[in-house]
Write a new protein. Structure first.
Length: 304
């Protein structure tokens, strides 16, 4: 694997991520519907696609940012779970035959393989809508203005000006020569928007001032961009078993990536620079922002 230039994997990060993942898993379990009836396969598929490991990096970002602004744990957990529900929907739909056509996700058969295509589409739809239901619930925040801010933030990150637009561009430019600016835009939308919102949600819950919120947004954008570059590096150099998904697909599918456009070494330098800038951008928050700095370090040193 092309080495991260000087940035070290944060000590104990794997354990901290795992502990946070357990907590968000418990919240997700509580929020996901269950029951008997003809709709049962849908509910089972929603649980299958969500309660299945994963790094849970986005919820970690939400809870770490929320902690910086003194947000009560229960509120942070609910917003974090909403972000993860939306992420899991995107993975279910991305794995469908009409999109990336993947059979393995998080080390298990993808949702449409374990169930069927129609059920996977419906499970994705229901995870997406559940994410907004969770954010709009007064249990997430007593102030309706904060709840609306969260809902609008997630719609922008996920919809036609965010992740879905990024996915459309990703499909539209397959097997076509694309310039670096277009790749940057597609990745900022496809991956960066949700990662940025994951961080911003903690600031929204904590009613951060405009400058503080903007600083978190800038940090999130840099972390999101670095995350996607490393994801593309891992697609070429990672360990399939550890990652729990098929690798080496980007080049074969003619995907537009910065690794393809710039080469591995330059792409690695870029990711590293983004992580350093993300770390530096947290200067106004001082030591309490150390968990967020560790996320930036983790993103560029990760192996999965
Ligand atoms: C289908 C609407 C729709 C959107 C798809 C998120 C996405 C857009 C596609 C997933 C495929 C992909 C490679 C996206 C880039 C973002 C990314 C690296 C997702 C995987 O996130 P991780 O590594 O996964 O955080 P875990 O399993 O750890 O949660």
């Amino acid at each position: 694997m092309t080495a991260a230039g000087g940035l070290q994997a944060p000590e104990g990060m794997a354990e901290r991520l795992a502990a946070a993942a357990d907590r968000v898993e418990a919240t997700l379990d509580e929020l996901l519907p269950s029951g008997a009836g003809l709709e049962n396969p849908l509910l089972d598929a929603m649980r299958y696609a969500t309660l299945n490991g994963g790094k849970r990096l986005r919820p970690y970002l939400t809870t770490a940012t929320a902690a910086l602004f003194g947000v009560p744990d229960r509120q942070a957990q609910r917003a974090a779970a909403a972000v993860e529900l939306l992420h899991c929907y995107s993975l279910v739909h991305d794995d469908l035959p009409a999109m990336d056509d993947d059979e393995l996700r998080r080390g298990r058969p993808t949702c449409h393989i374990a169930f069927d295509e129609a059920t996977a589409i419906l499970a994705g739809d229901a995870l997406l809508t559940l994410a907004f239901d969770v954010l709009a619930d007064p249990e997430t925040h007593e102030d309706a203005g904060v709840r609306i801010d969260l809902v609008r933030g997630l719609t922008e990150a996920a919809g036609a000006h965010g992740m879905v637009a990024g996915q459309m561009i990703d499909l539209a430019v397959e097997h076509r020569p694309v310039d670096v600016a277009t790749i940057e835009r597609l990745q900022a939308l496809k991956t960066g928007a949700l990662i940025t919102f994951a961080a911003e949600a903690g600031a929204v819950l904590g009613k951060a001032g405009p400058d503080e919120r903007q600083a978190i947004v800038s940090y999130g954008r840099m972390v999101g961009a670095a995350f996607q570059i490393v994801d593309d590096l891992l697609d070429e150099e990672g360990d399939e078993e550890a990652m729990g998904k098929a690798l080496g697909k980007d080049a074969a599918a003619g995907k537009a990536t910065l690794v393809g456009a710039l080469g591995r070494d330059e792409a690695r330098r870029r990711a590293d620079r983004l992580a350093r800038d993300a770390i530096a951008s947290l200067e106004p928050f001082g030591h309490p922002a150390e968990p967020l700095r560790d996320v930036a370090r983790f993103v560029v040193t990760r192996r999965t």
